[in-house]
Structure formats: C-alpha cells, structure tokens
Design a protein around this ligand. Structure first.
Ligand code: UD1
Length: 419
C-alpha cells in the first residue's frame, strides 16, 4: 500500500488552484442516466471516486469518452443493466445516487445496500421513504435494494432529516415523475444548486434549489448538455487550513468565497488574515500559534462536517482550549486517536472533542481511516517536528487530486512511497 512521507516544518507560500468538486461531480455523472442524449462534463477531478462512478455506469452500459481537452462525454441513453453491485457500493457509498435516476428512467433498480462506514452507520432510509412516497415499490433482499415503479408520481415530501445525497437522488427522480413535486427540509449545500443548474440545462423544471423548499415539475424527457464542474470548496478549505497550521501565506484560486463563509469566519477567528476576490481566497497566518476556535458541524450554511478534522489540527496546535461538536455523523473522530499519537491533547466524549492546544507536535507513523481524516493527518504532518508517515492513503486519493503535488508546489516536503 502506498504511503505519504511528510517532512514537517515548512511554511506554505504561493498559489494553488482548486480542482472540480467531487461532491458536485458524482450526482452529475449519475444524472446522465436520466438523459436521452450525450452529456459533456468539463473540469471533472481525477479522483478514485470519480473512476468508481464511471466504473458503475460503465458496468450498466453507459458509453464514456474522454477527449484531448480532458472533457468527458457520457451517453447513458440505452443501459443494459440496472444494478449497482456490492463490490462497487462498498468502496463508494455515493453509488446510491444512481437509484433515483434508474427508477425514474428505467422503472427499476437493484442497488447493494450500503453498510456502515468508518464515520458512522449512514443509512439510506430517507432516500427510500421518499421514493416510496413517489409510488416506488421497495424490497430489501439479500443485501440489495430492489426498487420498481411503472412511472414515478410527483409527491410532497418532507425529509425526516437533512440529507445531501438523499435530496439529490429525489430531485433527480422527480425531474421525470408525473406532476409537480415539492421537497422540504432539503439540503442546501452548493452542490445541490450545481446539480439543479445542470438538470435545468438539460430541460428540467426546478425552482428553489439552495433554499428550504425545492419544487420540481416533471418533464417527459431530458436533453443533452455541456456542464462545467465548479471548484471543490472542501479542497479549498483544506489548503487554507494547511496554511493556517504552517504560518503560511497562500492564495487558493478558482473558488467562490460564498461557498465557504463559515470556514472563512472560523479561519479569521484563528487570527489569520483573509482576503478575497470573486474567484479566490488568500490567507496569511503570522501568529506562532493559531487562536483556538469552537466548532459545531451542521448542514450548510453552517460549518461543514467535511472540514471538522482539518480544524481539529488547527485547534490542536493553538494557544488555548477549544471544543468541537460533531452533529452530522456519530463517529467522525477517528483521526483524534492518531493525532494524539503525534502529541496532541484531545479528549473525546461522544460527539464532543475538548482540545487543549500544545506547543509542538511530533512526527509519527499514522493511519488514515477516512477521506477527511487523512487530510487532517497530512496537515498534522506538515506542522509536526520530524517525519510523519501516513498509511492507507487510498482514502485521500478518493477525494483530493494530486494532493502531495499541490502541497509540494506550495513548499511542503511530501514524498509518495510506493507499496
Ligand atoms: C454527503 C457528502 C459528504 C458529507 C455529507 C454531510 C457526497 C457524495 N457526500 O454525504 O461528503 O460529509 O454529505 O455534509 O455528497 N442519514 C440518515 N438516513 C438517510 C440519509 C442520511 O439517517 O437516508 C443521516 C446520515 O447517517 C448522517 C446525516 O443523515 O448522519 C447526513 O448524511 P447525508 O447528508 O445523507 O450524507 P451523504 O449524502 O452520504
């Protein structure tokens, strides 16, 4: 298994450009199932999760072509299969995103039930309840979800809890349903707006994405489109956090600061100076130690759970005590055990971490447990004394494009060790 060897102590300086957003790209690729024509996606990030989504669509009969400008043309108009097998679903839970489109377009789907994962149980009951309300018959059999419906009917659906992929799944399904659906208590993440924009460009009739209520008037069919994937706000936030822990001075290009407001507010709270344009965020950290910041994760527009692990590192080397409450996932503190092995002083009780800032932390051999946990270990390695080796980095390759190359370009010293 490949590992990352990080020699800590370098301040990050310079410019870095964000890749396309993984969490926007995944539902967009799934949405091509709804469409009768070719779809061209531009600025897709080169990531393991994207490859897995293509593998899934390919296994069902989609044609996927890459041109010389790295644009992908996807044609999913005549699928020969409607199954997402366990081998793929177990490596990427977002495979569930093909459920809504398959039932809406082909009247049936067979998707392996995602099990638990490192950050919690992550059930899909909200997705299934909503599809049932649209008239789908759902049977759970042999570890698979078997869904069928002659034609989905529009429905007024109030989600029991806020779910990002659940909102996306049902928004996609409703585009081809009979009548007008109204979805409430929906997720408001920027990626929901991105998906709605893409579906609208395909001829869908969607209003209200990004608000508490989304209205979708079903149409007979969707046409092809070309769509540019916006920058990854979590990747941007991770590089800003990396600068904050290394007394850095960097500009992250390609990112709209409106997508990261809560993270920016908290970075300001650490004593860093932040500047913006419409399309970039600059950060400069002059303090020897960041000021501690309290964090409570919650759905957008609140502080994103996908930035919690990175802020654990900022707080761990701060000059005071702070609290982090994780309210989105029940088991998202796996990185803390590894951070404590590097000399951090963090105590976890349930969903609450109390972090006492320490003067310095030390390199160690650590193990990544999930995507954002891996990012936090790299950040810790960047500000630790000595060498850190991060194992199981396949997690990081799922969600960060060429992370060590981008960080090295900013002055980090990271080597990818072959397996
Ligand atoms: C998406 C993101 C992930 C991010 C998360 C929260 C993608 C591909 N992934 O994941 O990066 O961390 O949002 O912002 O976009 N839940 C249920 N039943 C359901 C669905 C969800 O109980 O049917 C619970 C989950 O266990 C979790 C919470 O709701 O506790 C939020 O999960 P959800 O928003 O669905 O996360 P994902 O869409 O899987």
């Amino acid at each position: 298994m490949e590992k990352l060897l990080i020699k800590g102590g370098n301040s990050l300086t310079g410019n870095v450009t964000c890749s396309g957003a993984k969490n926007a790209a995944l539902p967009m690729i799934a949405s091509t199932i709804l469409c009768d024509e070719k779809v061209v996606l531009k600025n897709l990030p080169y990531l393991q999760d994207i490859t897995t989504m293509f593998e899934l669509l390919g296994s069902m009969g989609s044609e996927i072509m890459l041109d010389e400008n790295m644009n992908f043309t996807i044609c999913s108009d005549n699928l020969s299969d409607i199954e997402a097998r366990y081998e793929l679903v177990k490596t990427m839970r977002a495979s569930i995103l093909v459920l809504g489109p398959l039932v809406a377009k082909y009247g049936k789907a067979r998707i392996a039930l995602p099990g638990g994962c490192a950050i919690g149980s992550r059930p899909v009951n909200y997705h299934l309840d909503a599809l049932k309300q649209m008239g789908a018959k759902i049977v759970l059999k042999n570890g698979y979800i078997e869904a069928s419906a002659k034609k989905l009917s529009a429905a007024n659906i109030r989600f029991e809890g806020v779910t990002v992929t659940g909102t996306e799944n049902i928004m996609m399904a409703a585009t081809l349903a009979k009548g007008t659906s109204v979805l409430t208590n929906v997720a408001k993440e920027p990626e929901i707006i991105d998906l709605a924009d893409m579906l609208i460009s395909m001829g869908a009739k969607i209003h209200g994405a990004g608000s508490d209520e989304i209205t979708i008037e079903g149409v007979k069919n969707l046409k092809g489109t070309e769509f540019y994937i916006p920058a990854d706000r979590i990747e941007a936030g991770t590089y800003l956090a990396a600068a904050a822990v290394t007394k850095g001075d960097i500009t992250v290009n390609g990112i709209n600061p409106d997508r990261l407001m809560k993270v920016i507010d908290k970075l300001k709270g650490t004593g860093a100076k932040l500047d913006f344009t419409e399309n970039s965020i600059s950060i400069s950290m002059k303090r020897d130690h960041p000021k501690p910041v309290d964090i409570t994760t919650a759905p957008f527009p609140e502080f994103p759970t996908d930035m919690q692990a990175q802020f654990s590192v900022i707080n761990a080397i701060s000059d005071g005590t702070s609290n982090i409450y994780e309210t989105v996932f029940e088991n998202r503190f796996m990185h803390i055990l590894e951070l404590n092995r590097m000399g951090c002083d963090i105590n976890v009780q349930g969903n609450h971490a109390t972090i006492k800032g320490v003067k310095s932390i030390y390199g160690a051999e650590v193990m990544a447990t999930d995507l954002r946990a891996s990012a936090s270990l790299i950040l810790a390695g960047l500000c630790a004394k000595g060498e850190t080796v991060v194992d199981r980095i396949y997690h990081i390759d799922r969600g960060y494009e060429r992370i060590e190359e981008k960080l090295n370009y900013l002055g980090a010293n990271i080597i990818r060790l072959p397996s």
